[in-house]
Design a binder for this molecule. Structure first.
Ligand code: ASP
Length: 599
């Protein structure tokens, strides 16, 4: 096709370009007619330029201008001139100038739009995803995709300058249990056999360490066949990283330096040199979760002693077995916000989701006395309660008691989160922290055995080696999570590199030697040939970019995400395939029986 090719982009013209003859290519963003004068806002990925067809323009040009509709793709040839007095737009980088059109070529027309192309598209998500090619024309998402690019580029720059190799690992691998469900790919050549899509390159990167590539990274696609949720996708992107001859702090320090560099490059944001390191147990005790949002305080405190001194039976019962806990927090008096019965009920509902039987509360009067809720059980203890909690007049003290320590913490943690949002306590900015000293194992009540909290290749801390089998519940791992603004954005560990220790962990997780050999024989084999000590981490790219761009869903930072049902409304996947394809793959489909309606 013959057309006039652009000499500048729609974001490039400034006052210094006045008088130049230019060609612009782009899309009709908006178009207005003032009598015989046409104003066209021409847009491309770099910006918007105002194009004007003057009243005295030749009839043919006038005609073409009249035919233009939104999102037509056009080429404009013209001269740059200053905007008339009073028409300068200081909000637009190109706002001092306009292009007087001499020729307009229509490169393609556009059907009726399902929604307007705006800075931010407020249309329903499914419509946005169905017309993602149009949605991606919107300014907001274009900026986020651009930021994502800069984010990944600066990661590559930083790591390449530190001797890391970027190495691709296969996307068709053996199915190995790694926590989630695998996506399977049937083999045409080997009937009845399957590849799996990697949940992460975990084993491959460990094998690369065995091969001597002692600093590896990859911007890796990972696949997990899970129910999709707001911030989860069936496929997502990780910065996968592994190093040999390292200890925990080497990885933590490297990540702090990396994100310090990246946040400065991409956002001009200065992070502290080191991030807080919080032991898992302390995080649970203080914030009621292992991914605390540190942009606000409202720290939880130990209320066991005061609970014992109170005359409230429910508190005594929770502590009876020695495994329970009573924890408290102070919701600060906030101007314009009243702690009504209804609101306290909402807080209680939030706590109950996590197992609390109720939420005990007391208010502090202007005179500094306890009132309402469970205050009657604290007679004579007002002073002590205020000293221990630090509560002041107008504050609300919230207390959760439970015979299980974790449930008490997590339930009150949910109250803390609600308060952070509702009382608008959350500061602007980015607060990273490390959570360390995680338990290595969690007990799977349903299946009746221990399993790895992270994955089975993470090393236990050495002091627990003698008691792995006798007391798995108390074993701490050489594990670490990176948390940003209340989201877990990375997890990693120092790995096991000893065949015998690896087998012990497999056995505790219910894999006997034979099964372990069958599933992970290739790793165990590599471990026989001089494996180095190694460790790594994998920050989630989608989630980090989501937080950096102030979004609530990773859909907003992925070019072509699936919707919350795991469906791509644009290409219609997943979709049935031709029966011949099934035949070639030696597959036949057994459809699930339609559920009969129960009477
Ligand atoms: N492979 C792990 C994951 O995807 C991360 C790691 O341990 O490096 O969660």
């Amino acid at each position: 096709m013959q057309f006039s090719q652009r000499t500048v982009t729609c974001g490039g013209l400034r006052a210094s370009d006045v008088g130049k003859q230019v060609v612009l290519n782009g899309w009709v963003h908006r178009e207005r007619n003032h009598g015989a004068i046409h104003f066209i806002n021409l847009r491309d990925r770099y910006g918007i330029t105002q194009v004007v067809v003057d009243g005295d323009a030749p009839a043919e040009l006038q005609q073409t201008a009249s035919a233009l509709k939104m999102e037509y793709c056009i080429a404009v040839t013209g001269t740059v001139r200053p905007r008339p007095q009073g028409m300068v737009n200081p909000d637009m980088p190109t706002g001092e100038v306009e292009v007087k059109a001499q020729k307009i070529e229509i490169l393609s027309t556009c059907a009726v739009l399902p929604f307007m192309i705006d800075e931010d598209n407020k249309t329903k998500e499914d419509l946005r995803l169905r017309y993602r090619f149009l949605d991606l024309r919107c300014g907001g998402i274009q900026k986020r995709i651009a930021l994502r690019h800069r984010f990944i580029k600066s990661i590559r720059d930083f790591l390449s300058a530190r001797d890391f190799y970027e190495i691709e690992t296969p996307t068709l691998i053996r199915s190995t249990p790694e926590g989630a469900r695998d996506f399977l790919v049937p083999s045409r050549l080997y009937p009845g056999k399957f590849y799996a899509l990697p949940q992460s390159p975990q084993l491959m990167k460990q094998i690369l360490m065995c091969s001597g590539f002692d600093k590896y990274f990859q911007i890796a696609r990972c696949y997990r066949d899970e129910d999709a949720r707001g911030d989860r996708q069936l496929e997502f992107t990780q910065l996968d990283l592994e190093m040999s001859f390292v200890k925990r702090d080497d990885i933590l320090n490297l990540m702090e330096e990396l994100f310090g560099y990246v946040f400065n490059e991409v956002l001009g944001y200065q992070l502290p040199v080191h991030f807080r390191r919080i032991a898992y147990r302390d995080a649970m005790n203080t914030y009621g979760c292992d991914k605390p949002d540190l942009r606000f305080g409202v720290e939880m405190i130990d209320f066991d002693d005061l609970a014992r001194k109170s005359s409230f039976n429910a508190f005594h019962q929770a502590l009876e077995s020695g495994k329970g806990a009573v924890r408290a927090l102070v919701a600060p008096a906030t101007e314009g916000f009243e702690f009504t019965r209804k609101y306290i009920q909402e807080l209680e509902d939030a706590a109950k989701i996590y197992g609390a039987k109720g939420l005990a509360w007391m208010k502090v009067t202007d005179e500094g006395r306890l009132t309402g809720g469970v205050s009657k059980y604290f007679e004579g203890l007002d002073g002590e309660v205020l000293t221990v909690t630090g509560a002041k007049p107008g504050d609300l003290i919230c207390i959760v008691a439970h015979e299980k320590w974790k449930k008490a913490c997590v339930s009150l943690g949910a109250v803390r989160s609600r308060l952070g949002k509702d009382l608008k306590l959350i500061r602007e900015g980015f607060e990273f922290c490390w959570i360390i000293d995680f338990p290595l194992f969690a007990y799977n009540e349903e299946e009746g055995h221990w399993e790895a909290e992270h994955h089975m290749f993470s090393a236990p801390q050495v002091q627990f080696l003698p008691t792995l089998e006798s007391d798995p519940g108390s074993v701490l791992g050489d594990l670490y999570d990176l948390v940003l603004n209340g989201y877990e954005v990375a997890s990693g560990s120092i790995r096991i590199h000893d065949v015998e220790l690896q087998k012990r962990i497999f056995r505790i997780c219910n894999y006997d030697d034979e099964t372990a050999e069958k599933k992970f024989g290739f790793l165990l084999n590599a471990f026989k040939y001089g494996p180095p000590p190694h460790g790594g981490i994998a920050p989630g790219i989608d989630r980090m970019v989501m937080i950096m761009t102030g979004q609530d869903s990773i859909h907003e930072v992925i070019a072509f995400p699936k919707n919350t049902f795991g469906v791509d409304p644009m290409d219609g996947s997943p979709e049935e395939v031709d029966p011949r394809q099934l035949e070639e793959l030696h597959l036949s489909i057994v459809y699930p029986q339609k559920q009969e309606k129960a009477d």
